[in-house]
Design a protein around this ligand. Structure first.
Ligand code: PLP
Length: 463
């Protein structure tokens, strides 16, 4: 480290203890890569002088940051970025942790959830709340669609209530769209990896998934052309922002190139932007580039809450009747109580505040991840709910996941996401957002770090 590190000033607002603010700043800078693994930190005295605070506060911050696995003290040598290695930390955590730590579900941290009790109280006070007990028009009540349009406009698609359809989350939206626009046996192109829910939809509707090669910027336009020619692809599903599981954010230029190819070939696009609001300044939506052939899907599951099952669909006008029909045969209409709660949060600013808190918590958690398992993240992004970790060659990702589960931590191996199997990619998806608390994430990561430190494969039979 050439320059001495210090947290950005001022380090704390009045509600946050100073030592927590220092830990948060450490987490953020480790997560963003500003502080590299093994970088030396200022001594307690130096930090106290820089910040003009008591040395005891710095000691408390460093002790707690070490307990959370962000940094380590090496006695007289000083304090460094990264967790203490070795069996002592591992066995300490193993002793404390008896139940499974599930880092396999892709979720945002629930520590930032909005208050349901407050939302219900506000609704109960409304004079016409009894209306929520009735059937609604199939696409949803107009003021729920208006709130949806407001949310979508805030996140990149200028639209209006008449263009929006409310669905019960993105999974329901995608199932409804594909059942409306595809026939059994049709082919749907997507990236080489996809979230497992897409595979279940394709199986159920008997749609063939075709994987299209990509690079760090996203799907390759030429590979899409080839898939169109050779595999008779007519529709493309993409998840261009913080892709699940690889975390790729498709670049602006690549989005434009893909939109151009789609337009040229007459391909329809279903764009799933479920993670988009987590990323500050994402590139433009593909749907905003070719709105006449793109259907945008967004839900509030990764940003506000998955439990209320609210999602928004904006199809091209000529798909709309088919999608509304499919929605009607599936569930008549989405429950209006949940849409009412979400609309309230969008309109009163709660949704934005929750997202800001989630971003901060996710950045902290990615800091912890990078400090504990340095250098494994592919396309690391402090705003993502998950990380895609490339394992060292000596570990096969399936065996690694089995060993992790045996030791109490659940992660998801690459095959779960491979659109066409087998895959040669040796990676796992680890959801930093899924851990119930920072402490449980730390415990899980330390266990994984302990497994990675071991050479060879576990429990291989000798004959
Ligand atoms: C890319 C992607 N799309 C859709 C979904 C389904 O989301 P929802 O909970 O809104 O149904 C998920 C859930 O993990 C996802 O990762």
């Amino acid at each position: 480290m050439t320059e001495i590190w210090s947290p950005p000033l001022p380090i704390s607002d009045k509600d946050e203890p100073l030592y927590e603010a220092i830990i948060r700043a450490l987490g953020n800078d480790i997560g963003s890569g500003k502080l590299a693994a093994d970088a030396r930190l200022p001594t307690h005295r130096e930090m106290a002088d820089i910040l003009g605070i008591a040395i005891g506060t710095v000691t408390r911050a460093y002790t707690e940051a070490e307990r959370r696995g962000l940094i380590r003290s090496e006695g007289r040598r000083g304090t460094f970025v990264g967790a203490t290695k070795g069996p002592s930390a591992l066995s300490r955590i193993m002793d404390q942790e008896s139940s499974l730590i599930d880092l396999s579900r892709n979720e945002a941290p629930h520590t930032a959830d909005p208050s349901l009790a407050l939302a219900l109280k506000i609704i109960a006070r409304q004079p016409d709340s009894q209306r929520l007990l009735r059937y609604t028009p199939v696409p949803g009540l107009i003021h729920h669609r208006e709130a949806g349009a407001r949310w979508l406009s805030r996140h990149g698609l200028q639209t209006n209530a008449d263009s929006v359809i409310i669905a019960a989350g993105a999974q329901h939206a995608l199932f409804t769209i594909f059942s409306a626009i595809l026939e059994p046996g049709d082919t749907l192109a997507t990236d080489q990896f996809a979230y497992p829910g897409l595979m279940t939809i394709a199986d159920r509707l008997r749609i063939q998934l075709v994987s299209v090669a990509g690079d760090n910027e996203g799907m390759l336009p030429d590979a899409l052309r080839t898939a169109w020619r050779r595999r008779k692809v007519r529709t493309l599903y993409c998840n261009p922002t913080l892709h699940n599981p690889t975390n790729v954010v498709v670049s602006k230029a690549r989005r434009a190139a893909l939109a151009e190819v789609a337009d040229d070939l007459g391909l329809n696009i279903v764009e799933d932007e479920i993670f988009r609001p987590l990323l500050p300044d994402p590139p433009p939506l593909v749907s905003s580039l070719v709105p006449h052939r793109s259907c945008l899907v967004m839900s509030v599951s990764k940003t506000i809450t998955p439990g209320l099952r609210v999602g928004y669909v904006v199809p091209p006008p000529d798909w709309r009747p088919k999608i509304v029909d499919a929605l009607q045969s599936g569930m008549l209409n989405v429950p209006s109580l949940t849409s009412e709660i979400v609309a309230g949060w969008i309109l009163d600013g709660t949704a934005d505040k929750v997202i800001a808190r989630r971003r901060e918590e996710l950045a902290w958690r990615h800091g912890l991840l990078e400090a504990t398992l340095p250098g494994l993240s592919v396309h690391p992004n402090p705003h993502s709910c998950h990380a895609w970790l490339q394992l060292p060659e000596r570990w096969n990702c399936t065996q690694f996941s089995m060993e992790a589960q045996r030791r109490g931590v659940v992660v998801a191996p690459a095959e779960m996401f491979a659109v066409e199997r087998p895959t040669s990619i040796n990676a796992i998806r680890l959801s930093v957002g899924a851990a119930e608390s920072r402490e449980s994430l730390q415990a899980g990561l330390v266990i994984l770090a302990g497994i990675l430190e071991r050479l060879g494969r576990p429990h291989a039979p000798s004959v």
